[in-house]
Design a protein around this ligand. Structure first.
Ligand SMILES: C[S@@+](CC[C@H](N)C(=O)[O-])C[C@H]1O[C@@H](n2cnc3c(N)ncnc32)[C@H](O)[C@@H]1O
Length: 241
């Protein structure tokens, strides 16, 4: 799998997969600002969790890893509040799960993502949270080594969530319903919401579909429909406290 990289309007990077027919797939982030979008949709979920859920470590669920914006920013919030970074990430492209680990381990051979892109995200996460970039990098690397950050492959409707239970911050950042319809079906969302979230938690996503809203209400979430980032219509910020 090849990816093409583009600078977005806030000068942070996004990527598009190059498909078999040589066309490009969906962009991973808003072209109006990849980091800005992440901070708005997923950074604010981390902030909410820190304000409303008392726990030694806020466990993050991330679907999918992509360029790692959610993981790096969440680790930055954990570092800034002197708590442990705990996370389960799912990513369908093995090249992406490999690339971020190669960066953190300082491998001489970079994966498909140039290290410059991860370094840029790290610097932005540092500025956003006040945590030192080296401390964030160490937190990410330690979490990987110690099994506090688990990186898994593709999520499918029958995926086992045993190591992804009790999550406090759920970043539902799959591609759109058009690209990955199985991850937006009511049946899958009902099982997901029954198994993954902790009793007190926040789920945030750039999307706002009817099935998602109905599934969240049934699972006793308090629903806030927020304006989407930039040109997008609505986004979903759902909390249970
Ligand atoms: C919108 S991008 C995520 C961007 C990412 N959160 C970031 O911070 O850069 C969607 C990601 O989900 C991955 N993906 C698509 N289908 C998936 C699946 N079934 N399971 C896990 N990851 C999937 C894609 O390969 C892509 O990297």
């Amino acid at each position: 799998m090849m990816l093409n990289y583009y600078r977005t309007d806030d000068a942070s990077w996004t990527a598009r997969p190059l498909l078999a027919n040589a066309e490009e797939g969906e962009s991973m982030h808003s072209l109006r600002g990849a980091f800005s979008e992440t901070a708005y949709i997923y950074g604010e979920a981390n902030i909410w969790a820190r304000q409303h859920i008392a726990t030694a470590a806020h466990k993050v669920f991330s679907l999918g890893l992509g360029l790692g914006y959610v993981e790096i920013l969440s680790a930055a919030y954990a570092t800034a509040s002197k708590t442990k970074f705990s996370c389960v990430s799912f990513e369908a492209l093995p090249e992406l799960t490999h690339a971020i680990q190669a960066w953190l381990r300082g491998d001489a051979n970079a994966g498909i993502v140039p290290y410059e892109i991860y370094e840029d995200i790290l610097e932005r996460a540092s500025r956003q949270t006040g945590a030192a970039s080296e401390a964030i990098r160490r937190e990410l690397a330690n979490a990987l080594d110690q099994g506090d950050w688990i990186v898994r492959g593709a999520l499918a409707p029958d995926t086992d969530f045993t190591d992804a239970r009790n999550c406090h911050v759920i970043a539902f950042d799959a591609f759109s319903r058009k690209t990955t319809p199985e991850l937006w079906s009511r049946e899958f969302l009902d099982r997901f919401l029954a198994e993954v979230p902790a009793s007190k938690c926040v789920l945030s996503t750039y999307a706002c579909t009817g099935d998602l809203k109905r599934a969240l209400r049934q699972a006793n979430f308090n629903l806030q429909i927020r304006p989407g980032f930039a040109a997008k219509r609505d986004s979903t910020f759902a909390t249970r406290a």
